[in-house]
Write a protein that binds this ligand. Structure first.
Ligand code: ASP
Length: 314
């Protein structure tokens, strides 16, 4: 089967949500596309030059974290207390090694801290003060809150501040920004990896943690099946164990990558009212990027000539 010949491949996302054509200025659209293209190209070049899928996904996510356009790193949404609490995870598909952080603040690139948890600690998930203590020990510098400030995110928070509501950063009609970022890649060795980073949901409180740092929910990689990075209303992704469910459908039901991802996003998630999408890759470099929302910032590239960058439903 042609599908079985191995290729190098990478896909990235910048969040899924209600954004519809015409709601964004042409200039803004260009800004988003440029940011996605930059992250995609950097990640692709990394695997092309022999770097691992972990390197490539971390690099692509770092670039998206450094952009205020996305709800991750710089430009993360505001919590109910007016702070930023970020979550991130990374996983490698050959060893099933994984690392994640939750509720961190002041960290410029939470995805790199997640990688350090994977490679330099005996743990998988570190949260809040403990994760910060680990970052300090690893020599991280802490950014001031102003670094993460973004006027648009601030205004979003003002709309629901002092209420019990919390929301996806891209679920309001006025919103022109999508959120969470992620990358999946297949390198020259056929090793796959997934990385996801987010500021979570606007006005979140009570130490709320979404799906992104939870291995199997918002992020997962297993060379026997697939690497997956999710975006959408985290509570549903946790309940449906989305990323691992895609993997299970491949492992136990024998579905191909695309069928498995479609089944989860368009049937299983929809049944429980979950909105969002995911990007996924298998060890042959096949990619898929389904979503059940109006749009998802997404881009993909492989060594067979695939080159795609889209925002809306095609
Ligand atoms: N899944 C993320 C969360 O619930 C949000 C998002 O994807 O935009 O924290």
């Amino acid at each position: 089967m042609a599908q079985r010949s191995r290729k190098i491949a990478i896909a990235i996302h910048g969040g899924a949500g209600t954004l519809m054509k015409g709601m964004m200025t042409p200039e803004k659209e260009v800004e988003y596309k440029n940011a996605l293209q930059k992250a995609l190209d950097a990640g692709y070049q990394a695997i092309q030059s022999g770097k691992s899928s972990v390197d490539a996904t971390e690099l692509a996510v770092r670039i998206l974290e450094d952009s205020t356009l996305f709800n991750a790193g710089k430009g993360s949404v505001f919590t109910a207390d007016g702070t930023h609490e970020m979550d991130a995870a990374i996983m490698e598909g050959t060893t099933l090694n994984a690392g994640a952080v939750a509720l961190v603040n002041g960290i410029k690139n939470p995805i790199s801290l997640a990688r350090d948890v994977m490679e330099k600690s005996d743990h998988v998930l570190l949260a809040a003060d403990g994760a910060m203590e680990f970052a300090l020990k690893m020599g991280y510098e802490f950014e001031d809150p102003e670094y993460f400030y973004d006027e648009f995110r601030y205004q979003q928070w003002q709309e629901i501040r002092d209420t019990d509501q919390f929301q996806l950063d891209h679920s309001t009609k006025k919103d022109s920004k999508f959120g969470t970022v992620g990358a999946v890649a297949c390198d020259q060795q056929g090793t796959i990896a997934a990385a996801t980073s987010t500021g979570g949901m606007t006005n979140k409180r009570y130490g709320r943690i979404g799906d992104s740092p939870l291995i199997g929910s918002g992020n997962y990689a297993n060379n026997n099946t697939c690497a997956v990075s999710c975006t959408g209303s985290g509570e549903y992704f946790i309940r449906a164990v989305v990323a691992y469910d895609v993997s299970c459908l491949m492992e136990f039901k024998g579905l191909e990558l695309e069928q498995a991802a479609f089944e989860v996003v368009h049937h299983r998630m929809v049944r429980i009212g979950g909105d969002g999408g995911l990007i996924a890759v298998d060890k042959y470099g096949n990619l898929t990027m389904p979503f059940n929302t109006e749009g998802m910032y997404r881009a993909a590239k492989d060594s067979d000539g695939l080159s795609q960058l889209s925002i809306y439903k095609d």
